[in-house]
Design a protein around this ligand. Structure first.
Ligand code: KG4
Length: 352
């Protein structure tokens, strides 16, 4: 099933062509460097850049995939969650193309696509995988731990009540003057640092059964830690201090994540879970993968991650793969996707 997919949910203008779970071409034009000077995403700038680039990414995706509009079985587009005015650009373009070439238009939830992204270009098949599976989406906008009963049937096991993990990593990186988005830079700095040099409280210790993640308290403690050290030493932070602070923040943020996940996994008595899917921008982090693999060895599940880092961050190939999996395993008929007026953006779209 050949699908042209489009995602303009945040600051990446993305288009891809997929065939089933196979990626034929995945074009991502990142605006991150343009937003960097604002320390975060500027919605109006994102919208303008999407408008400027959308035709270009679609044309490139189709050309590189050696695909023509006439050969497509469907078009898929992200309808949420995301920035409202940014989502609108992709949706309008998808509607325009679907109408022009009379193709079914499949609306896709961006978080569901991150969740299912490990299926892309992978031997992992839903048909021979044991369900339920566990899934974790850790990105700039979401921290969501779910039980996947089947495609389209997700039970939330834990989610953040304030900042998402990626957002917290970005903000802590900013406090250290490391630039935006800071998660990947913080990871590099953390590799050179000692995570025990400074002390930060692990959020919600002893409250794991509340099934929530929370990062805002940790962020405040980190700010206070930096400021109190600055008062004591006007040369603070040195280069080594930045490495140690990065290592400390990342370690405590991941410890909290893993504690809540382990608590939930322990409470699942049966059936036995054998697969754990990991997706979202933070899933590119080597340390988080290491810790989840360790947990997998303890509980007997395999960790499945996106096949490349390009699939961890925002991209459109995951939208095409999610659309295919939903059509196939929710047994949906493509003829039911011809009413384009029904499709609208939903910036706060929930997974379930
Ligand atoms: O999935 P994504 O591109 O956007 C959303 O849908 O939110 O995720 C972006 C997030 C940012 O917070 C970025 O700092 C983080 O993913 N990120 C990382 C790494 N690479 C990207 N965080 C930690 N380690 C990384 N290597």
């Amino acid at each position: 099933m050949k699908i042209l997919s489009i995602d303009t949910s945040c600051d990446e203008t993305a288009a891809a062509v997929t065939d089933g779970t196979k990626i034929l071409c995945n074009i991502v034009w990142s605006q991150a460097s343009l937003h960097a000077k604002f320390g975060g995403v500027m919605p109006s700038l994102a919208q303008r850049m999407h408008q400027e680039r959308i035709d270009w990414v679609i044309k490139r995706a189709m050309t590189n995939a050696k695909c023509q509009m006439i050969n497509l079985d469907a078009i898929a587009v992200t309808i949420g969650p995301g920035l409202s005015i940014a989502l609108g650009v992709g949706i309008n373009k998808a509607k325009e193309l679907a109408e022009k070439y009379t193709k079914p238009l499949i609306p896709i939830n961006h978080v569901e696509a991150h969740l299912l992204s490990p299926f892309a270009n992978s031997k992992l098949q839903i048909a021979n995988a044991k369900l339920p599976m566990l899934g974790l989406v850790v990105s700039g906008g979401n921290t969501l731990f779910v039980r996947i009963n089947k495609i389209g049937d997700y039970e939330i096991l834990a989610q953040t009540v304030d900042d998402a993990l990626g957002e917290a990593l970005d903000k802590s990186a900013r406090m250290l003057g490391l630039g935006y988005p800071g998660g990947a830079i913080l990871e590099k700095m953390a590799r050179l640092g000692n995570p025990k040099k400074f002390t930060l409280p692990i959020p919600l210790v002893g409250q794991e059964k509340r099934q929530i993640f929370s990062y805002s308290g940790l962020k405040t403690s980190f700010y206070r830690l930096i400021e109190s050290n600055k008062l004591r030493d006007k040369n603070f932070p040195s280069k080594q201090d930045v490495y140690d602070l990065s290592a400390t923040f990342q370690n405590v943020a991941f410890k909290h994540l893993l504690r809540v996940i382990e608590y939930r996994v322990l409470s699942i008595k049966s059936p036995k879970i054998t697969s754990f899917l990991l997706g979202g921008g933070v899933s590119a982090n080597i340390e988080i993968r290491k810790r989840l693999r360790r947990l997998g060895r303890k509980f007997g599940f395999n960790l499945h991650i996106p096949y490349s880092n390009k699939l961890c961050g925002d991209n459109a190939a995951m939208i095409g793969v999610a659309a295919y999996l939903k059509i196939k395993y929710e047994k949906l008929n493509l003829d039911g996707f011809m009413d384009y007026n029904k499709i609208d953006r939903n910036p706060r779209l929930k997974l379930n």
